[in-house]
Design a protein around this ligand. Structure first.
Ligand code: ADP
Ligand code: MG
Ligand code: ZN
Length: 628
């Protein structure tokens, strides 16, 4: 992509000029100053010359004596100062003038330089430095042109990004292709009487490829593309943001047909406060008002299309999203399984893959990952391959980097006691067995008890075979049961519980609460929502809106849901206790187990001897551990 920018003189340019000036002074001015030489003589010589009447003038300052003789032109001498009380008398006797000190008259050129050129030069230099500093504060511009928009203009793409680089997101691509097509063949649309939307808003969670899509539009459309981020409008001086908007649209109109892209528009497009003045942000409001009026100002036939992206559509000012402004909204959602596979394929092109790599398997494990996560995943895998001195990325690298993204790096130096390791093994296998024995739960993908930098001592990764868009009440209950399975296994086997389940408890509580307050799954309340999500795409918290009476009922219901599922999980484990022992033992030995290995052991006939042995060890009381 070609970027057009005005060249700026580097600072070194000024240094070179100053250096040249100094060299000129050295070459031409200094020798003339040096013409009048001063000869240094010993004090005795001075006395001799004084006595013989050769000296005409004497001057002394605090550290030396300077004198001239009577020759034409007079020669100047100097000598060190001596404690000599009779000197004045001697000088008087010799008829010497010794009143005024000899001052070296400065050459006219030098005095001109000193009193005029230097100060002026200094001031000019300071002025330039200061204006640079100002410009930096004001968003990278010269102080003279603060109101100019500094939108980057992508004129045409040669090496640019195309729609092929954006995997998945087919609906978004289709909607945007229509926009591109309009810019190329407006007649086709105007003939029928269709008007293109002025503004197109891309909304979706972070990392789903909104910015990437906009760049692809720039690459595909072959018209000028102005790209600016919302934060670049926020200025040091009041009113400058508005001026920038004005300038941006003026430029855009000159270059039409063209596309203006405003990334992260929520920075300026935030809902205006109804209580203006009370802590309201005047600057931002002015900028937004300017944007609104600019969008009204030109008609769609001019061929300027405004593209914007945000992950917080709910905070945008309603005036921005009304018809006639950003009237088309294109959702850019988290990718589904097919989308994840496609994105992995796009990014896998950049690395060397081993022949046995199964991207679909990795995609299935990376539930909920955004495009940016998946790009990162491939890179992490490649880094790991290098770290292990391999030339290609293996399946293992991919799986491990999913774990890294899910749970952090393996913590090699963490030493777990034998006892702890056993507890973690039982805990994780507890999750896995409860998950596997419930018909609707997703199969287990991987279990590991290698500690992670995130603090997790182990984890059980479940994946869905297919994407699920609806969860039934039973699905959620199964999920809660699975989450409580770890703690249930601990209690069942060790008759004691540990802190290791805190994360599970948190998640189980959240789910149970959501059943009551958002999904209308508690019979007592029916279809009533008490919680409202604050932010759809950023996973923000919930605000609860109910009486305190209802609140305590909600709490009681939440507690009973979790309790019920915990009892169910406990029962499942109790009925399959020999499998619990057997698999926990295998996991304890191997530390990591794939879903297939797990299912193999679960399905095969019980090997009672092995399991019993481990069990016998386990049930021995261990006072050192029971302390917590
Ligand atoms: P957003 O603007 O939505 O927060 P970006 O467009 O900046 O996200 O995406 C960040 C990076 O993630 C991109 O540079 C790209 O490498 C990767 N990415 C995201 N979505 C996709 C996708 N659909 N196809 C390919 N790469 C993607
Ligand atoms: Mg972005
Ligand atoms: Zn757990």
């Amino acid at each position: 992509m070609k970027e057009v920018k005005s060249p700026r003189k580097p600072l070194i340019y000024y240094y070179v000029i100053i250096m040249l000036a100094i060299m000129l002074i050295n070459a031409f001015v200094m020798p003339r100053l040096m013409q009048r030489q001063i000869i240094e003589v010993p004090y005795s010589e001075f006395l001799k010359k004084l006595e013989s009447g050769q000296i005409s003038e004497v001057s002394r300052d605090s550290y030396q004596i300077v004198f001239t003789d009577r020759s034409q032109p007079p020669i100047i001498y100097k000598t060190g100062l001596m404690e000599d009380p009779g000197l004045v008398d001697k000088m008087q006797a010799a008829g010497v003038t010794f009143t005024s000190p000899i001052v070296e008259p400065a050459s006219p050129l030098m005095s001109f330089i000193m009193s005029w050129l230097l100060p002026i030069g200094f001031m000019v230099l300071m002025g330039r430095l200061f204006s640079k500093r100002l410009a930096k504060l004001g968003g990278g511009m010269n102080a003279m042109q603060l109101g100019k928009s500094n939108a980057k203009i992508y004129i045409e793409s040669e090496t640019g990004i195309s729609f092929d680089d954006v995997a998945g997101q087919d609906e978004a691509k289709e909607a945007l292709s229509e926009v591109v097509d309009f810019l190329h063949n407006p007649a086709k649309y105007t003939e029928v009487g269709a008007v293109m939307p002025k503004g197109v808003l891309l909304v979706g969670p972070p990392g789903t490829g909104k910015t990437l899509l906009a760049k692809a539009v720039a690459g595909e459309s072959k018209v000028p593309f102005f790209s600016i981020s919302g934060s670049e409008f926020v200025e040091m001086f009041v009113g400058m943001g508005a001026a920038k908007v004005r300038d941006l649209f003026k430029q855009a109109e000159e270059k039409a047909p063209c596309i203006v892209f405003i990334d992260e528009i929520d920075t300026i497009g935030k809902r205006r406060e109804s209580t203006a003045g009370l802590g309201g942000n005047d600057e931002r409001e002015q900028t937004l008002n300017q944007l609104l009026s600019e969008m009204d100002g030109f008609d769609g036939s001019k061929g300027v299309i405004i593209l914007a992206a945000t992950n917080r559509p709910e905070i945008l000012d309603p005036a921005l999203t009304r018809p006639g402004r950003f009237d088309r909204r294109i959702p850019v959602e988290l990718p589904d399984l097919a989308g994840r596979i496609a994105i992995l394929k796009v990014h896998a092109k950049k690395v060397k893959l081993a022949s046995n790599v199964d991207l679909a398997r990795a995609a299935r494990a990376a539930v909920g990952a955004s495009g940016a996560d998946l790009a990162n995943l491939i890179n992490e895998a490649a880094l790991r391959a290098v770290r292990h001195g391999r030339k290609t990325v293996s399946q293992e690298d991919l799986e491990e980097s999913i774990d890294v993204i899910v749970a952090g790096y393996e913590k090699k130096d963490r030493v777990m006691s034998d006892k702890e390791k056993k507890i973690v093994a039982y805990h994780e296998v507890g999750h896995a067995i409860v998950a596997a024995l419930q018909t609707n739960a997703a199969p287990v993908h991987k279990i590991t008890i290698i500690p992670r930098t995130s603090g997790a001592l182990g984890f059980t990764m479940q994946v869905e075979e297919e994407d699920r868009y609806l969860m039934s009440k039973e699905d959620i209950e199964n999920k809660i049961a699975t989450l409580t399975g770890g703690r249930a296994a601990e209690e069942l086997v060790f008759s004691s519980i540990t802190t290791g389940a805190s994360n599970d408890i948190e998640k189980a509580t959240q789910l149970a609460r959501a059943m009551v307050t958002r999904f209308g799954m508690a019979e007592e309340f029916g279809m009533v929502a008490f919680d409202q999500q604050q932010n759809q795409y950023l996973g923000g918290g919930y605000t609860t809106n109910c009486s305190s009476e209802t609140q305590s009922k909600i709490d009681a219901l939440t507690v009973s849901i979790v309790k019920e599922q915990y009892d169910r999980a406990y029962k499942i484990l109790e009925e399959n206790i020999s499998k619990l022992h057997e698999i926990s033992y295998a996991l304890y030995e191997s530390e990591t187990m794939t879903g297939e290995q797990f299912m193999d052991i679960l399905a095969r006939p019980a090997r009672l001897e092995e399991a019993k042995e481990f069990q016998a060890e386990e049930t021995q009381p261990d006072s050192s551990f029971r302390s917590n």
